[in-house]
Design a protein around this ligand. Structure first.
Ligand code: TXE
Length: 497
């Protein structure tokens, strides 16, 4: 195993343009999931810290230091941020890898996508966006878009920088001010992004970052009457909690939550392409991807052949530390998450499903301190099993069998989730027919996982509300204002004089 020693980083929060420690001096250890070693110390934010950040964002919004800056200038700022991300891409990718565990090539992709996302929203913000309506003369009706106000942005640990950017770029582009909370597990690259914000001269108070526990800092942001909106990505359970809490102050909520996405493979698909994407769909990011293709549905006539080939290839995946040469799949993000994933593997066995590959923690080659799990797959499953219904969020697939289109659709839609899904078939009409029946927000035909800044991302059912990315993702961070203008200024004469 490659030994990568880094000095422990000392992180700070960023509130009202100042780098600050926690108000009670609390700190939290940030761990490299490949080695179990501490790589950073992060402030453990308090309710008081959250309140200061909210107040700073409120003042910055109310004084218009950002919302009233011309769109072209906000765009220029976003472009500078993108350039700085590119300049620091190597450093950011390495930090992402040691914090989250993902292989360096995945981290490099995330950093490039983050820069591109800032550029995308820099482009959007200067484009025409109003509407006019043909109403009765002499009135003229039109609509303008305005920032929502103070946005609470709460992100998870699976794409520490990229998930931050999916929220920060459109929120700032639209003229909002923000209180941002990274995951307590992965605060490093978000901190670097805030260093960039400072470097390019974002006015103080516009973007604030508070670290710490979800049920302390997260709740404080969600409950505050001074926060106008919450945009959250994370688990469905936490999303429901946030939605309930946000109701008291009638906040706008945008929630990108969990999934248990079906990957449907027909006998007429290109076999090797389907196997290849099925592996990518579940094992990329060690399965810690909201859209992971964790339920692989295969047509009966090719089922056995598919399982054999899938297992043969899964066993060849090189699992290791993200910075190690040749690593194809990294560790899970934390000890706690490792325990969750391993417990699901046990649940599957107890339910009577059969492990066809993997199923174990990896401790050989010096990996005993890290959180590595073998690429795992279950067969002999039925739709009611917990491993089929619940999000495991690890490198664990279930491979199910279907015999008709109707059955494939029924199985595919048969969970509470509705985030993503794919169909593999060389019959274009059939593939589209199936996709149109899927109750999912993100779908692919003969592909899995590609994501574009230009296209909306989000789920149906318990996978969330609202969309990230694209113009729909921009809409989330805007209010719509109707303006009605009287073109003939005369008394209405409704009442007699
Ligand atoms: O997520 P949480 P966890 C799923 C996945 C995973 C499970 C639990 O199945 O196993 O969720 O993971 C913040 N108010 N996903 O516990 O709790 C928290 O601090 C406000 C899918 O890590 O959702 C962190 O910043 N915020 C998902 C963020 O929520 C709160 C990605 C995510 O943590 C909070 C991650 C509260 N009360 C996990 N409690 C995806 N959709 O990609 C926690 N948080």
């Amino acid at each position: 195993m490659v030994k990568v020693k880094v000095d422990t980083l000392e992180l700070n929060m960023y509130i009202d343009g100042q780098w600050t420690k926690s108000s009670n001096g609390g700190m939290r250890s940030v761990i490299n999931p490949a080695t179990g070693e501490e790589i950073a110390q992060a402030p453990e934010g308090t309710v008081e810290d959250a309140k200061k950040a909210i107040q700073a964002a409120r003042e910055a919004f109310d004084t218009g230091v950002w919302s009233e800056v011309p769109a072209i200038e906000r765009a220029a700022f976003l472009l500078k941020v993108a350039d700085k991300i590119d300049e620091r891409a190597e450093e950011l990718a390495r930090l992402e890898t040691i914090d989250n565990g993902k292989p360096l090539r995945e981290a490099e992709g995330d950093i490039a996508d983050a820069a591109a996302c800032f550029r995308y929203y820099a482009g959007i913000v200067t484009k025409p966006d109003g509407e006019t309506y043909h109403v009765t003369d002499p009135m003229q009706a039109m609509v303008v878009r305005e920032p929502v106000g103070v946005c609470g942005l709460i992100v998870p640990w699976n794409f520490p920088l990229l998930m931050s950017v999916w929220k920060l770029a459109p929120a700032l582009a639209a003229g909002n001010t923000v209180v941002f909370k990274p995951s307590e597990v992965t605060p490093i690259t978000p901190t670097k992004l805030f260093e960039i914000f400072e470097e390019v001269g974002l006015p103080k108070g516009v973007a604030n970052m508070v670290m710490g526990a979800g049920d302390v800092v997260g709740d404080a942001i969600t409950e505050s009457p001074d926060v106008d909106m919450i945009s959250f990505t994370g688990g469905t359970k936490t999303g429901k909690h946030i939605m309930k809490k946000a109701a008291d102050t009638m906040k706008k909520v945008s929630l990108e939550l969990g999934g248990k996405s079906p990957n449907i493979i027909f006998a007429d698909a290109d076999f090797e392409v389907a196997v290849d994407f099925a592996l990518f769909g579940i094992y990329c990011g060690s399965g810690q991807v909201c859209s992971a293709g964790s339920r692989i549905l295969v047509e009966e006539s090719i089922y056995d052949r598919f399982v054999d080939r899938f297992v043969e290839r899964a066993k060849q995946i090189k699992v290791g530390a993200g910075l190690a040469e040749g690593t194809e799949m990294g560790p899970l993000v934390s000890q706690q998450h490792l325990e969750k994933v391993l417990s699901y593997i046990e649940i599957g066995k107890e339910e009577g499903a059969r492990v066809i590959c993997g199923g174990n923690r990896i401790t050989a080659n010096g990996y005993d301190k890290g959180y590595f799990v073998e690429p795992t797959a279950f067969v002999d499953v039925n739709q009611n099993m917990r491993i089929v219904q619940e999000e495991i969020f690890g490198p664990v697939a279930v491979i199910q069998k279907f015999s008709t289109e109707e059955e494939a659709i029924q199985l595919a839609n048969g969970t509470k989730y509705g985030l993503a899904g794919a169909v593999f078939s060389n019959d274009g009409a059939k593939a589209l027919r199936i996709i149109k029946k899927l109750r999912s927000g993100i779908t692919w035909i003969n592909s899995y996982h590609p994501t574009y800044n230009e296209a909306p991302w989000g789920g149906y059912k318990e996978s969330g509300i609202g969309r990230s990315l694209g113009t729909h993702g921009f809409d989330e961070f805007q209010e719509i204002k109707q303006i009605n203008i009287n073109l003939q200024v005369e008394p209405v004469q409704w009442f007699e004089k």
